[in-house]
Design a protein around this ligand. Structure first.
Ligand SMILES: Nc1ncnc2c1ncn2[C@@H]1O[C@H](COP(=O)(O)OP(=O)(O)OP(=O)(O)O)[C@@H](O)[C@H]1O
Ligand SMILES: [Mg+2]
Length: 271
C-alpha cells in the first residue's frame, strides 16, 4: 500500500478565499525518502498538516483527496483519524522542546507512546531502551529517567524520532526537523532519520530548507512555489537540470552554483 497519495489537493483560507495549496498531487512510496523544498510560505507545512488530517482552523480543503496507507482521510471519523495518527502516520516538528512535555521523564513519555501503539505494559521499558539504542543514544536506561531539559537539542530530536517510529508507521512526515540543531548534530540526526525510515520501510516526506541535505539523502525532490508543485523528479535530475524557473531560482542559492564574485580591491580603496 502506498504510504501517501495526494491527488489534486486545493486548500483555501475561509476568511478571504485565498488559495494556499493549488491542485497539488504527490506520492511517497514505501521506503522512499522524498524531499519537499521551496521558499518560505510556499505551502510545505500545510501539505504535511493536510496529510495527517490536521489543517489549522480557518483553512478548508476545497478539492482533492488524500490517501494514507490506502485509507482515504476524507470522511474519517475523529476516532479513526486519531488511530491513524497513532499507528500509521507520524509527524515530527522542528522544535523538539515544544513536542516533548517538559515536566515528564523521557521514559514516561515513551511508555505512553508505546502503550498507544499496543505494546504490552511488561515490555515497554525494554522496548523504550531498544528504541533509544537504535537512535545511537548512549546509556538508554539513564536517559529514561531524565527530563527533556536535561538533554541536548540533538538528543531530544533523536528521542522524538524514536517515538515517531515506535509504532512502525507507514508514513513519517518530518518538517524542518534539523533546523534548530547545530551543524554536527544536524548531520547525525538526518542520517539516523533516513536510516530508520529505510530500515522500517516507511515512506519519509522530508521538508527542509537545507538543499544540500535534500540532495544528499533524498531519492526524489519535490519543489513547491506559491502553493503549487513546480518540480517532481529524481534528486539527481532536479538538482542537475531543474525544469521550472522557480526550481532554478531556488537551486541557484546552493553554494556551488553561486556566481563567483570579484575579489575586493586590496588597499587604496578608502582614500
Ligand atoms: N493557520 C493559518 N491560517 C491562515 N493562513 C495560513 C495558516 N498557516 C499557514 N498559512 C498560510 O499558508 C501559506 C503556506 O504556509 P506554510 O506554513 O505551509 O509555508 P511553508 O512552505 O511551510 O513555509 P516555511 O518554509 O516558512 O515553513 C502561507 O502564505 C501562510 O501564511
Ligand atoms: Mg513550514
Amino acid at each position: 500500500m502506498t504510504p501517501l497519495v495526494i491527488s489534486n489537493l486545493t486548500v483555501c483560507r475561509r476568511a478571504d478565499g485565498r488559495v494556499l495549496i493549488d491542485g497539488l498531487s504527490l506520492s511517497v512510496a514505501a521506503g522512499e525518502v522524498v524531499g519537499l523544498v521551496g521558499e518560505s510560505g510556499s505551502g510545505k507545512s500545510l501539505t504535511a498538516m493536510a496529510a495527517i488530517g490536521m489543517l489549522p482552523a480557518g483553512l478548508q480543503q476545497e478539492a482533492g483527496s488524500i490517501m494514507v496507507a490506502g485509507v482515504p482521510l476524507g470522511g474519517l471519523a475523529t476516532a479513526a483519524l486519531r488511530q491513524l495518527r497513532q499507528r500509521t502516520v507520524s509527524l515530527i516538528f522542528q522544535d523538539p522542546m515544544t513536542a516533548l512535555c517538559p515536566t515528564r521523564r523521557i521514559g514516561a513519555q515513551l511508555a505512553d507512546v508505546l502503550a498507544v501503539a499496543g505494546c504490552p505494559r511488561t515490555d515497554r521499558v525494554a522496548r523504550a531502551m531498544a528504541l533509544l539504542a537504535d537512535m545511537h543514544l548512549p546509556d538508554p536506561a539513564m536517559l529514561l529517567r531524565r527530563y527533556p531539559h536535561q538533554l541536548s537539542g540533538g538528543q531530544r530530536q533523536r528521542v522524538l524520532i524514536a517515538m515517531a517510529f515506535s509504532a512502525s508507521p507507514a508514513l513519517v512526515l518530518a518538517d524542518e526537523v534539523t533546523t534548530a540543531l547545530d551543524v554536527s548534530a544536524r548531520a547525525q540526526v538526518l542520517r539516523l532519520l533516513v536510516e530508520r525510515a529505510r530500515q522500517m520501510g516507511s515512506g519519509l516526506l522530508f521538508i527542509t530548507h537545507d538543499l544540500g541535505a535534500a540532495r544528499h539523502c533524498c531519492d526524489r525532490i519535490l519543489v513547491m512555489a506559491g502553493g503549487r508543485l513546480v518540480e517532481n523528479g529524481p534528486a539527481a535530475q532536479v538538482f542537475g537540470q531543474p525544469a521550472s524557473p522557480e526550481a532554478r531560482q531556488l537551486l541557484a542559492a546552493l553554494p556551488e552554483r553561486a556566481v563567483p564574485r570579484q575579489p575586493l580591491p586590496v588597499g587604496g580603496g578608502l582614500q
